[in-house]
Design a protein around this ligand. Structure first.
Ligand code: IPD
Ligand code: CA
Ligand code: CA
Length: 264
């Protein structure tokens, strides 16, 4: 499968950041037993990974702008291009020694997502997508699952926690989706949730209160794997609303319908 120069640049950067995270993850596993815990260590690991991504991407494309979780927005000379970077998606998993986390990098050109890389270093799984060029998992073409009936489906979600999100609405959504599907998963990494939908491992996914760096790469991945992704109203304002709903055409439609049910 021929890859473009830009996706190669992104793969190199994401894998380098991923290797740094993998080294730090080994230490985090040791720190679980210490009284202080691995909190400070994890935030350093996160920043190190982001620094690697920033250095690598700006070295090969000097003028491009950035939106990074840890360092925020950096305006480049070329406002047409913007990197959206989450150096460590799945921080809570990483902190607890659970090997479900990823580096997520997307490239926007004039506001359109054109390239995406998600890398899970613990499983050595590399997901890539380019606009119009399809989506791949370790060089194998990805397609969303074909199941059309929710009762046959496994659906991913994110559950809000202490100090985050709208707990009441999340419980209503959870109750409604669990009543109609064959299982719900909460993996703890929105980037990997979307990558799993693209890979056909999960049939659908929804979550609220996400940030652009959580979803950017995964959105392109699902679309290039033949799936549908919108905000929870069915519109395209995923970054603005923070909500995301994904699946094949039928499952995406069923999820939207359920998520629009009133609170009571
Ligand atoms: C989080 C993960 C998680 C989602 C959270 C995100 P982080 O990102 O994607 O699955 O439920 O809302 O903030 O903090 O690990 O980069
Ligand atoms: Ca994230
Ligand atoms: Ca993060």
């Amino acid at each position: 499968m021929p890859r473009s120069a830009i996706i190669n640049v992104m793969i190199q950067a994401a894998m380098k950041a991923g290797r740094s995270l993998a080294r730090d993850f080994g230490e985090v596993q040791n720190l679980q037993v210490s009284l202080k815990g691995p909190g400070d260590y994890v935030s350093q690991a996160d920043k190190r990974a982001e620094q690697i991504l920033y250095t690598e991407l700006s070295r090969v494309r000097p003028g491009y702008s950035f939106l990074m979780e840890e360092s925020g927005a950096v305006e480049g000379d070329d406002p047409q291009h913007r990197w959206l970077v989450d150096p460590l998606d799945g921080t809570t998993n990483f902190l607890h020694g659970i090997p479900i986390f990823a580096v997520s990098v997307a490239l926007e050109r004039q506001g359109t997502l054109v390239a995406a890389v998600i890398y899970n270093p613990a499983m050595d799984e590399l997901y890539t997508a380019e606009r119009g060029g399809g989506a791949f998992l370790n060089d194998r073409r990805m397609r969303v699952a074909a199941r059309r009936d929710l009762p046959d489906c496994v659906i991913g979600t994110g559950i809000p926690h202490l100090g985050r999100g709208h707990h009441g609405r999340a419980l209503v959504d959870l109750r409604n989706v669990m009543a109609e599907s064959s299982g719900i998963r909460r993996m703890g990494s929105a980037a990997l949730d979307l990558a799993y939908v693209a890979a056909g491992r999960m049939d659908g996914f929804w979550e609220d209160a996400l940030q652009p760096w959580d979803t950017a790469a995964g959105i392109l991945m699902v679309r290039e794997a033949g799936g549908f992704v919108t905000d929870r109203t069915g519109g395209q304002d995923i970054f603005g609303t923070g909500s995301v709903v994904a699946g094949n055409e039928a499952i995406h439609r069923s999820l939207l319908k359920i998520l629009q049910k009133p609170d009571s």
